[in-house]
Design a protein around this ligand. Sequence first.
Ligand code: PBG
Length: 341
Amino acid sequence: MGDTNYKELTRQMARSLSLIERPRRNRKTDAMRRMVRETSIAPDHLILPMFVIEGKGEREEIASMPGVSRLSIDNLVEQARHAYSLGIPAVALFPALGVDKKDPLATESTNADGLLQRSIKALKDAQPELMVITDVAMDPYSTDGHDGLVEDGKIVNDPTLEILANMAIAQAEAGADVVAPSDMMDGRIGFIREALDACGHTEVSILAYSAKYASAFYGPFRDALDSAPRYGDKKTYQMDPANVREAIREIATDIAEGADMVMVKPALPYLDVIAVVAEHSTVPVVAYNVSGEYAMIKFAAEAGCLDEKKAMAESLLSIRRAGADVILTYFAMEMAELLNG
Ligand code: PBG
């Protein structure tokens, strides 16, 4: 600057500045910010995943998911009714079974009197308007802890479809409104659609876990159900986290086979995938804010590192902003309470 006083220079510049673009004008008051907000979130957009166990009056806390419990059917019904009263339109059910109920063929999954089927009936009796979504995959019922049938250490595609279709039909007969295949076998959406229709269940919807990645963020969920693979991993059927073009192929296939909704899972580390899927999908896009994403916020908040409610609201809003219509989240009730004021 030589002899020039730079502080005098910048003062003169600031005083004579004329800006055409001043984006801050659109942020000046709360009313202005509300008016120009691009993304919204409401309880209508939330699905509550729930874990069910045998017994009466049971409530087992899940250590890796603070605030989430495995509930016996009576408590499940009570909590689901509360969720519905908060404006949440649907719950997604996952049964936690004892080892005595597991086998290599997931036989228990079609038991009309099994835990999941009884839970569906109890929920539909108590609160018929609440939608019940059920997971279609072998893992909670399988001694192998895999989503498909294992033969010689390999997950075999086509024989698994028969088991999945039977499972979906058993869930539909119990009253499920939506079946949600989360297994990632090829051809399962078409196979299940045809099987449901052949049994008169043309009204039952299919929510396809279409772009489901082989993710480390399912850890707490597998604790909750004791459903971790007993050996190997899920990389021969769940998607490679490096891929996004493949997600377009998966959703296109599932929609062509009759999926009513498609899903991206997990959500937060895959916001770019949600955005691409939202651009290509002709059906509603669902995102699963999975157990590990939930646990990260809960434990960080417990450690005093961040404000739980604000981090929750910002995360869920960002999933909507990326393009998801609906979000499965363990925060559903907390978020609905926050939104309801
Ligand atoms: C099983 C299934 C999983 C989840 C939903 N369904 C786990 C897995 O694929 O291993 C994970 C949900 C979560 O982490 O919240 N088919």
